[in-house]
Write a protein that binds this ligand. Structure first.
Ligand code: SF4
Length: 290
């Protein structure tokens, strides 16, 4: 398989064949993100993409899941995505789900009809990095979108019937915005009602603007106890109507949480309360990673 630079995928796409349909991230300005710093954003040529698919077909007898990378593959024109999804259908009739990274502005640029078309061609799940629901924090981390735009994008995906997996980052507002981050993030999730919510814990990567801010003492990282307190406030404020799978069991997290909301809400809060009572020995810092 041919890949340009480092390739990233959500944890739940661990067993997927990753197809780079674009290179890098068209925004590439978030202060905490180092993923695509070495890449200049570009869309890949359709012929190249089709060649990769042919190569994958000749290597693998069965591919059940395909993930479209890089950072915001949904930035491609709908007609190009349509051609890619049709080619996948033709070459991999056994494929059960196609996933994609999506940014709010890419979703907003497409109509619900376009998204429904992509869904009908096999696009089953979109991953949306919300990071925080607080406009103050979104501005500070240079996310390039407002909470209203995130809500509009998320709702559009749900309306189109594409499963939505939203990600938040614990500690992204520092200690002074702990409550605001938790409450505002819950507000955005409540508005969107995504199918999945994933909670990562902030890890500082060298080479990012946030790393420099931490070094200069301008941004304070949360202690494990503060992260747990923030997570508790977030969960307390989540009001999910139907089923939403909540996961905070990424390697970056201090406490592993997994459940389905709304029914597991109290159980998740109880786990956090238990951990908040003891001194931090839940996970050695050394073992936290992306
Ligand atoms: S967090 Fe997402 S939108 Fe921001 S720079 Fe990284 S890949 Fe791009």
């Amino acid at each position: 398989m041919r890949y340009v630079g480092s390739v990233y995928r959500p944890p739940s796409e661990a067993y997927s064949y990753i197809l780079q349909v674009s290179i890098g991230c068209s925004h590439n300005k978030c202060t905490f993100c180092s993923m695509y710093k070495e890449k200049q954003f570009r869309k890949r040529n359709l012929d190249e993409i089709f060649e990769d698919l042919q190569m994958a077909r000749s290597h693998y007898s069965q591919i059940k899941r395909i993930f479209l990378a890089d950072g915001n593959a949904l930035a491609l024109k709908t007609e190009d995505l349509k051609a890619i999804l049709e080619k996948i259908k033709e070459l991999f009739p056994e494929c059960e789900r196609i996933g994609i990274y999506s940014a709010p502005k890419d979703i907003i640029r497409k109509s619900v009809e376009e998204l429904k078309l992509l869904k009908s061609l096999g696009l089953g799940i979109a991953y949306l990095g919300i990071e925080s629901g607080s406009d103050k924090i979104l501005k500070y981390i240079k996310k390039g979108v407002t909470s209203d735009e995130i809500i509009e994008a998320g709702k559009k995906m749900i309306e189109a019937g594409i499963k939505l997996s939203a990600t938040l980052i614990s500690g992204i507002g520092s200690d002074e915005n702990l409550e605001e981050h938790a409450i505002e993030s819950a507000r955005v999730i409540n508005e969107i009602q995504p199918d999945y919510v994933g909670l990562l814990t902030l890890l500082i990567q060298q080479g990012t603007e946030l790393y420099d801010q931490v070094q200069r003492g301008e941004f304070k990282l949360l202690s494990p106890q503060e992260v747990m307190r923030e997570t508790k406030i977030l969960i307390e404020n989540l009001h999910i109507d139907e089923k939403c799978v909540f996961r905070s069991n990424h390697a970056s997290n201090y406490v592993s949480l997994a459940g389905t909301l709304p029914e597991d809400k109290q159980n998740l809060i109880n786990i956090l309360d238990e951990n908040l009572k003891r001194p931090y020995d839940v996970k050695e810092e050394l073992f936290r990673r992306l």
